[in-house]
Design a protein. Structure first.
Length: 158
């Protein structure tokens, strides 16, 4: 396979039925479901959120930060995708995504009243905090159906 320098950053090339992502002149293999996951991230977190997640997955390897940072947890990332796919946000609500030192992912935004909403996606659980009423709870990530129900419940309460 010949690698061409991309014309635009984050260009996805399709060759011989396999998808590859070309960025900064490099080629990395992509999983079959990455296009669908990219679409979810772009729809819910926007271009900046997609770029931040790309950076976390690509450049934040073992030892980032002060040497003790962990790479993105694949299980936390899978939970994030399922959750976002089922989350319905009010227009104008665009969560910010961030990476925790243990490789977990977080989302934060303000609800319609301007109060803080935070979610942390760990490999085994999701931690939720809502500032309007100081609600804090955790949901296990064992089953996608639990995540779907939690996302739908959260959507109805924002």
């Amino acid at each position: 396979m010949t690698a061409y320098e991309p014309i635009a950053p984050f260009l996805t090339l399709y060759t011989d039925g396999s998808a590859t992502a070309a960025t900064f002149g490099t080629i990395t293999e992509r999983d079959a479901g990455d296009a669908a996951n990219d679409a979810i991230i772009l729809q819910k977190l926007g271009r900046i959120g997609w770029e931040r997640l790309y950076d976390f997955r690509t450049y934040y390897t073992q030892g980032w930060g002060e040497g003790d940072g962990q790479p993105v947890s694949p299980r936390a990332l899978a939970s994030l995708y399922v959750f976002l796919d089922n989350l319905e946000l009010q227009p104008g609500m665009v969560p910010s995504i961030y990476l925790l030192k243990d490789g977990s992912l977080g989302l934060a935004w303000e609800d319609t009243a301007g109060d803080e909403v935070e979610l942390s996606f760990y490999p085994q659980r999701i931690h939720f905090y809502r500032g309007s009423d100081n609600t804090e709870l955790e949901v296990p990530t064992r089953h996608a159906t639990e995540l779907s129900k939690f996302a739908k419940h959260l959507s109805s309460s924002l």
